[in-house]
Design a protein around this ligand. Structure first.
Ligand SMILES: [Fe+2]
Ligand SMILES: [Fe+2]
Length: 314
């Protein structure tokens, strides 16, 4: 039975604040010796021969985070909003209008991230990624979406991918903003973005909940599979990229770096990291009732087996 009411959600007005794009702040990294750009990697930390190597690795990781942010804003969240109008469900006008307002925030977040990224790359002499294929998780999400034979279902998957990413980003950014070990410039850019994303998370959760109420049982089962696959793809660590950063930071060969990083990032470690970063998403999905249709534990075990196979082939 389709619902008639749309869930309540936060807006800038009822939160008493304004979008960060209105202040147009573009923080840049300062050229200070000693600034830390990313929380230390506990697995790799013992393998750096100096603090400088560790800092370079952290800077490379934060560049990766900023590259992901630019990609997520333009290739995941804004497309998700654009797809809402192509769904066979009539979203209330006020909710659709507020989503478009949110899309303008995302353009600014991408600009802000790109500005910081350019400064940080130049400060550490880090180049652009050698491959121009975009982040691993986006390629995986695109492949999952393309496997849907039905055009309408592909639009739904695009929207659900937006819901998944927006349930986690404000918490991830909030962790950076609250980490006193990190450079002030990192904490500032993450704090202003996190403030906006708290509003976005509320709106995307409302969108996800409203769609769930509109779906019939068959659509819920399909959405549950898509939600779960999306959450796994979005939260899996990109081990190949970590190896590249390690090589960049230490001057060791890529082969040596891959061998070390792969020996530390076993399938169990990767699944554990995935579970930590996916926690806010799992919690929202469980609240919806997705676990009535899909077993998260079984999906994680299947992913673990896939990773084991992938690693054995190396
Ligand atoms: Fe954003
Ligand atoms: Fe957002």
């Amino acid at each position: 039975m389709p619902s008639t009411s749309y869930p309540r959600y936060s807006t800038y007005e009822n939160a008493g604040r304004t979008p960060s794009l209105l202040s147009q702040e573009l923080p840049r990294p300062r050229v200070d010796v000693g600034d830390i750009y990313y929380p230390p990697n506990t697995l790799l930390e013992p393998h750096f021969s100096s603090i400088d190597e560790s800092r370079r690795f952290g800077a490379a990781c934060f560049c990766g985070f900023l590259e992901d942010t630019v990609e997520v804003e333009h290739c995941l969240v804004i497309p998700a909003i654009a797809s809402v109008r192509r769904l066979p469900y009539d979203i209330p006008e006020h909710a659709e209008q507020d989503l478009y307002r949110l899309a303008t925030d995302e353009g600014f977040h991408a600009e802000q991230s790109q500005c910081f990224l350019t400064g940080l790359r130049s400060q550490f002499g880090l180049g652009r990624p050698p491959d121009r294929t975009g982040p691993l998780f986006l390629r995986r999400l695109a492949s999952q979406r393309s496997q849907e034979p039905d055009a309408s279902q592909r639009e739904i998957v695009t929207v659900l991918n937006g819901v998944v990413t927006e349930t986690r980003i404000s918490i991830e950014l909030g962790k950076f903003a609250g980490d006193s070990r990190l450079a002030d410039s990192v904490r500032t850019i993450c704090r202003t973005h996190a403030d906006d994303e708290a509003i976005h998370a509320s709106q995307f959760k409302a969108l996800g909940r409203w769609l769930w109420e509109e779906f019939d049982e068959g659509a819920r089962a399909a959405a549950s599979r898509a939600f779960t696959a999306s959450a796994i793809a979005r939260n899996l660590p990109d081990v190949a990229r970590l190896s590249r950063y390690f090589a960049q930071a230490t001057g060791r060969t890529l082969a040596e770096s891959e061998s070390l990083v792969h020996s530390l990032y076993t399938e169990d470690v990767q699944i554990e990291e995935l579970q930590v970063s996916a926690r806010p998403t799992w919690s929202f999905l469980t609240d919806l009732g997705v676990d009535q249709h899909v077993s998260f534990a079984a999906a994680l075990n299947a992913e673990r087996a896939r990773l084991r196979e992938e690693m054995a082939e190396r």
